[in-house]
Design a protein around this ligand. Structure first.
Ligand SMILES: O=P(O)(O)OC[C@H]1O[C@H](OP(=O)(O)OP(=O)(O)O)[C@H](O)[C@@H]1O
Ligand SMILES: NC(=O)CC[C@H](N)C(=O)O
Ligand code: SF4
Ligand SMILES: [Mg+2]
Length: 590
């Protein structure tokens, strides 16, 4: 976590994005709820997921913006990534229905006091970005805001659409255009085009859908995934059935999109008075739900929350409800949370699984206090360390961690092996990102600047140094040298996850194949490269055991109908094994 996206040192896998949504409960405006402030605090709690830019969009819940804002869009004065402000004095304070502020940089610097005063609203979305598709530029800052025939739509997305070039081409073929160049805009443009292209046999024709576990309900009455229905449709979407009131049926559009592009996204779409929380068919990226109990009456709900991780919940007084299920579309309004559709499961192309939650959320990305699948991320990391000790024990005097994110794994290793844990490194939190360093030598120097050695803790001793992952190898190469120079007798390197050998196409920026140290040499050759006495990785089976051991049933999960068959313990391990959940047609290289 933290500064792993640091281009100075070029270490680690680069992070993903954070999404956060909030709707005030009860009558609007709810005097006890400051939606913008909740979103701001939520984004601060999710800062580790993206530090390039941050944005908040709030709305009053009405379907129209003020005339002045609308005109800025229509006249082309405002592009997608730009901030929307109505400067007309007669419009203030109430008639601007949708407000946005976005800026490059971290949350605390992106928003000023006046922005927070300005961003008042009854519902809203927030986003921290680490770009994976499209420039790191204000134009691609999220939430993206589009002015459409249905009114404004805002979207905040974590993930990356796999095989996005063909989606882009489909949109072009159907007359669609783009203002920004991120895959996030593609999602919303495709959703907007959906009913129009349904009537043609195009690559984007929605596939037969199974809302609530059966074909679409023509009477459009079903709302619960467990409800049985006698109104089964033939699986075709139809504008006349679903949208004759001129309102988009977002659930059906999204399910149709999932049929063609099942990976990888958790996104929140805000339209009028609702937020649609969506998780892709494989549940690759996380998305959790929560509620803020009433200030005076805890039986009431002051706000409904959706977020990438639970670690930010306590910062906004929120209690967790559960996760959005793979393929599920949850509609959130001031009245509550309703599961409005669930796309049919897809089968992993190389393994018998229908879910593929990113295992690296456990290994590295998520904050240790977050809960996924009913277990705390920190506990999983600790189990990885224990398992690693079982698999690659070696005689030593001290077990230690590479700060920060490997602490839990190192403690687990120490507990299992009985070898005492002791800190050997101090991390300098102020090594900032400045320039991209082209040469590996400068990169390595930059890595070593990050750490200082606690020589008196380990001089003359045999050290087992545990890291959560080895990507390019720069971190451990610098650290082993540092420890040796400061008097370590032996240094044994242990990685609490298997070797990273493959790129990720699902929203994580991994260096190219050739930059990955595990593709440059065998594990047997690594001690010489690192200057270590031994190097060992956790096995893939060991990682699976450590992750799956503590999974508890999602309180929102149902065992009824076809969903009972879904294997709820499926994780994506593609960067470790090369087994991608879907066939990757376009190898995008970073
Ligand atoms: O093999 P490399 O390419 O050097 O990358 C691996 C390192 O990158 C990450 O740490 P990072 O220093 O980014 O931050 P952290 O403090 O969150 O562990 C990870 O935890 C490893 O320590
Ligand atoms: N890291 C992410 O999840 C990025 C989301 C999206 N692909 C973007 O680049 O904006
Ligand atoms: S390839 Fe790796 S980083 Fe990407 S989603 Fe799968 S497990 Fe996560
Ligand atoms: Mg690290």
């Amino acid at each position: 976590m933290g500064d792993n996206s640091d281009p100075v040192s070029g270490t680690g896998m680069r992070e993903e994005c954070a999404v956060f949504g909030c709707i005030a409960g009860g009558p609007w405006p709810n005097p006890d709820v400051n939606v913008a402030e909740i979103i701001f605090n939520g984004l601060v709690g999710l800062q580790h997921r993206g530090q390039e830019s941050s944005g908040i969009v709030t709305g009053s819940g009405d379907d129209k913006s003020c005339r002045h804002v609308r005109e800025q869009f229509v006249s082309g004065q405002k592009g997608l990534g730009e901030n929307v402000f109505c400067k007309e004095p007669q419009c203030e304070p109430d008639s601007t229905k949708i407000r946005a502020k976005k800026a490059m940089g971290m949350v605390n610097t992106a928003f000023k006091d006046e922005d927070m005063r300005y961003l008042k609203g009854n519902l809203g979305l927030g986003h921290n970005r680490y770009s994976t598709a499209g420039r790191s530029d204000l134009i691609n800052c999220q939430p993206l805001l589009l002015y459409t025939k249905f009114g404004e739509i805002a979207i905040a997305h974590n993930g990356e659409v796999v095989n996005q070039k063909s989606l882009r081409n489909s949109i072009f073929r159907h007359g669609g255009t783009f203002t920004a160049d991120s895959d996030t805009e593609m999602i919303v443009r495709a959703l907007l085009l959906m009913p129009g292209i349904d009537e043609q046999e195009s690559p984007m024709t929605p596939t037969p859908t199974a809302l609530n576990g059966h074909g679409p309900c023509e009477a459009n009455k079903c709302s619960s995934p467990t409800k049985s229905c006698s109104n089964k449709g033939d699986g075709r979407l139809s504008r006349s059935i679903s949208e004759d009131a001129g309102e988009p049926d977002w659930a059906k559009r999204i399910v149709a999109l999932m049929g063609q592009y099942p990976l990888a996204y958790s996104f929140c779409l805000m339209h009028k008075d609702s937020i649609y929380a969506v998780r892709d068919c494989f549940g690759n990226r996380p998305l959790v739900l929560g509620k803020v109990p009433g200030l005076y009456d805890p039986e009431k709900v002051d706000a409904w929350i959706v977020a990438s991780e639970t670690c930010c919940f306590k910062d906004v007084g929120c209690k967790a409800i559960g996760e959005v299920l793979p393929g599920e579309i949850v509609k959130i309004t001031r009245n509550g949370i309703e599961s409005v559709a669930r796309a049919p499961p897809k089968l992993h192309v190389s393994r018998k699984l229908t879910t593929a939650f990113c295992v690296f959320e456990y290994v590295y990305f998520a904050r240790g206090d977050t809960f996924f699948e009913g277990q705390q991320v920190y506990s999983v990391r600790e189990r990885c360390g224990r398992q690693l000790a079982k698999e690659s024990w070696v005689e030593a005097d001290i077990v230690s961690n590479v700060p920060d994110s490997a602490t839990a794994a190192a403690l687990g290793f120490s507990a299992e092996s009985g070898i005492p844990y002791k800190e050997v490194l101090i991390k300098n939190p102020y090594v900032g990102r400045t320039f991209i360093q082209p040469s590996n030598r400068l990169r390595q120097l930059a890595v070593s600047k990050k750490f200082g050695a606690l020589a008196e803790n380990f001089a003359g001793k045999r050290i087992i140094i545990v890291d959560d992952s080895i990507v390019r190898g720069n971190t451990l190469q610098a650290i082993v040298k540092l420890l040796r120079d400061a008097g370590a007798k032996e240094v044994h390197v242990r990685a609490a996850c298997p070797p990273v050998r493959n790129p990720c196409y699902m929203g994580i920026n991994i260096p190219t194949r050739k930059e990955l140290i595990a593709n440059q040499m065998t594990v047997e050759e690594m001690p010489a490269f690192f200057g270590a006495d031994s190097v060992s990785y956790l096995s893939i089976e060991g990682l699976r055991t450590a992750v799956e051991q503590g999974i508890k049933e999602n309180p929102r999960e149902t065992n009824e109908g076809e969903w009972a068959q879904v294997n709820k313990k499926g994780h994506c391990v593609a960067c470790l094994t090369g087994e991608y959940p879907v066939t990757v047609q376009e190898e995008l290289d970073w």
